[in-house]
Design a protein around this ligand. Structure first.
Ligand code: C2E
Ligand code: CA
Ligand code: CA
Ligand code: CA
Length: 277
């Protein structure tokens, strides 16, 4: 860290340039990796009442030569900034559709697969056509795939969001609102959207059984969601105490390390019959 003003500027410029170069290099690697290096992992979402599986969420993984993974938190934003998310998102839709086909063959065809869709992808690709094509190519039933969207993406362009969600519904694709409670959507707005599921963000589920503030937030989100006729999923359930609290307060479905970690599809299929929690 330099002291003189001129040096500070020079130091700052060098840091920015290095970061930019790193970002460009990473973007180039992602571009080359789409279609052959990324993998989808799947995490089970289970009924809170009896632990039986309800659906799976598809989560992107980028394995590296040394056996490690670059987490989505380190590449999704860059993919959104560079537009690479359009090609990567297309790959995810097809990989999820292929996985659903495999579920049908394995006797778990009633489990749908939830696909995370970023705001950039939601507003800039022909999402409905991409899903319709994937459903057709893999012979999937209506309801076999869902979309997970965040509040902030819906709020960016409400009218277009509404229209795209309606078209997804016509295609048999339901929509979940992800990370619910962390955004700023007005309740009156949410009420008019064709939504099916709310996912309560993990930050509110943590300590829910011991932290009165999180407990009142979860109670409010559960009552709001149920009054709108929606299914509610709690994310990030890690302890039996959290699960008991959520089940006792009428939460419909649960997802988290307690109920199963994200894993490759074959491993998940092998675990689906196991009794959990
Ligand atoms: P998200 O959609 O909120 O996904 C849930 C994240 O919580 C996942 O992190 C999952 O591994 C993690 N998680 C699940 N259960 C627990 C738990 O009990 N405790 C804790 N601490 N974490 C838990 P992951 O896989 O690292 O993904 C992070 C985010 O990256 C996702 O958050 C989503 O926003 C984004 N993402 C992942 N896959 C895709 C994708 O295919 N497309 C897009 N656009 N975004 C994706
Ligand atoms: Ca999600
Ligand atoms: Ca989430
Ligand atoms: Ca989250």
């Amino acid at each position: 860290a330099a002291r003189a003003e001129g040096n500070v500027v020079a130091w700052f410029d060098a840091a920015v340039t290095t970061r930019l170069a790193d970002r460009l290099r990473l973007a180039g690697r992602i571009h080359a990796a789409i279609d052959n290096e990324f993998q989808l992992y799947f995490q089970p979402i289970r009924h809170a009442s009896d632990g039986s599986p309800a659906s799976l969420e598809a989560l992107l993984r980028w394995p590296q030569a040394d056996g490690s993974f670059i987490p989505p938190s380190e590449f999704i934003q860059l993919c959104e900034d560079t537009g690479l998310i359009l090609a990567l998102g297309r790959w995810v839709i097809r990989a999820a559709a292929q996985a659903q086909r495999r579920l049908v063959e394995a006797g778990w065809g009633e489990l749908s697969i939830a696909v995370n869709v970023s705001a950039v992808q939601f507003f800039n690709s022909d999402l409905v056509a991409e899903f319709a094509r994937a459903q057709q190519d893999f012979g999937l039933a209506r309801g076999a795939l869902h979309v997970e969207l965040t509040e902030s993406s819906l709020m960016r362009k409400p009218a277009q969001a509404m229209q795209t969600m309606q078209r997804l519904h016509e295609q048999g694709i339901s929509v979940s609102l992800d990370d619910f409670g962390t955004g700023y959507s007005s309740m009156s707005y949410l009420q008019h959207l064709p939504l099916d599921i709310l996912k309560i963000d993990r930050s509110f589920v943590a300590d829910v059984e011991t932290n009165p503030r999180n407990a009142s937030i979860c109670r409010a989100l559960l009552s709001l969601g149920h009054s709108m006729g929606l299914t509610i999923i709690a994310e990030g359930v890690e302890t039996p105490g959290q699960l008991d609290w959520l089940a006792a307060h009428g939460c419909d479905q649960v997802q988290g390390y307690l109920l199963g970690r994200p894993a490759p599809l074959e491993k998940i299929i092998a675990q689906l019959d196991e009794v959990v929690a």
